[in-house]
Design a protein around this ligand. Structure first.
Ligand code: PBG
Length: 327
């Protein structure tokens, strides 16, 4: 150190928790967090999901309690996934007025009104017997345009049941336009679309396929979900969805795709959501259960990283817990 010269001392701003808090640029607010919830038809007790310790497949009754708990903790919203009792080739239960998600949405709309944001995942994979996100051609390919008709119909069923936001996650071309058109034509111009715009074909979804019972029965999702080597493709998908009328843009998964979140957040002026997916959850829970990681600190560090990358909204299985802790 040379006397007389100002010495750069970044550590001055790290001396106390109060100083660190004052100068922090990214932080996680309860209202940023969206709690994914699973509701299953035909069960009388909530069922644990073995690959996601702490996550349940809910009954309609237990779902109402879990939703109320998320809202009480201050979480910003909920996203529902349904597991029907019967599956078929076209996923008929997805848009049936008596389908499990429609019944559950109506329950939560009645319980919670506009106190929270009720989102519904809009896809076919939980409802088809083959487990793909769309209907199939005779050659067993996923039929893009026939699937769009199904998505439009599911959007209407979810909107009628009380969804404030529908979140198409199937990665069909033109899905946002098809859904926007159907909603607008049926008096649901106020229902928003959160587009899973940049959704990668990811092995991090493994545990979700247990939770939602939706593993593809043949092949994989690589012909409709994105390849993980292609950031430009993410931007292309995002810009298409913006042009088709998306209100929010989602990137998924989150932690392995922070560069994509950052790219998207710098490129569009819509709310950007990131989905911290089942595999991200399972890795931390498993390591923590072995005593290898400090669970709570790792959770906060990863959520902060996702915010720092540019996501304003985070879907996370820890939403209720973290929102409660931050209050
Ligand atoms: C499709 C859908 C999936 C997830 C959310 N919506 C599964 C998939 O694309 O295979 C994954 C969420 C997670 O892993 O937590 N309906």
């Amino acid at each position: 150190m040379t006397a007389g010269f100002p010495q750069a001392r970044p550590r001055r701003l790290r001396r106390t928790p109060a100083m660190r808090r004052l100068v922090a640029q990214a932080d996680v607010r309860p209202a940023d967090l969206v709690q994914p919830l699973f509701v299953k038809e035909g069960i009388s007790e909530p069922q644990p999901v073995s690959s996601m310790p702490g996550v349940l497949q809910h009954t309609r009754e237990s779902l109402r309690k879990a939703a109320a708990a998320a809202v009480d903790a201050g979480a910003g919203g909920l996203i529902l996934f349904g597991i029907p009792a019967e599956k078929d080739a076209r996923g008929s239960a997805a848009d049936s007025p008596s389908g499990i998600v429609q019944l559950a949405l109506a329950d939560l709309a009645a319980d919670l009104g506009t106190e929270t944001v009720l989102m519904a995942d809009l896809c076919l994979d939980e409802y088809t017997d083959h487990g793909h996100c769309g209907v199939l051609t005779p050659a067993w390919d996923v039929d893009n345009d026939a699937t769009l008709e199904r998505y439009a119909s599911i959007a209407l069923a979810q909107a009628r049941a009380g969804a404030h936001v529908v979140a198409p996650s199937g990665m069909m071309d033109g899905q946002v336009a098809a859904i926007r058109g159907a909603l607008d034509a049926s008096g649901f111009a106020d229902v928003a679309i959160c587009a899973y715009a940049a959704k990668y074909a990811s092995a991090f979804y493994g545990p979700f396929r247990d939770a939602a019972e939706c593993a593809p029965q043949f092949g994989d999702r690589a012909s409709y979900q994105q390849d993980h080597g292609s950031p430009d493709e993410a931007l292309r998908e995002v810009l298409l969805d913006v042009g088709e009328g998306a209100d929010m843009i989602m990137v998924k998964p989150a932690l392995a795709y922070l560069d994509i979140i950052s790219l998207v957040a710098r490129s569009v002026r819509l709310p950007v959501a990131a989905y911290q997916v089942s595999g991200e959850y399972a890795m931390v829970e498993a390591a923590a259960a072995s005593g290898w990681l400090d669970r709570d600190r790792v959770i906060m560090e990863s959520l902060t990283a996702i915010k720092r990358a540019g996501a304003g909204i985070i879907l996370t299985y820890w939403a209720t817990e973290v929102a409660g802790r931050l209050r």
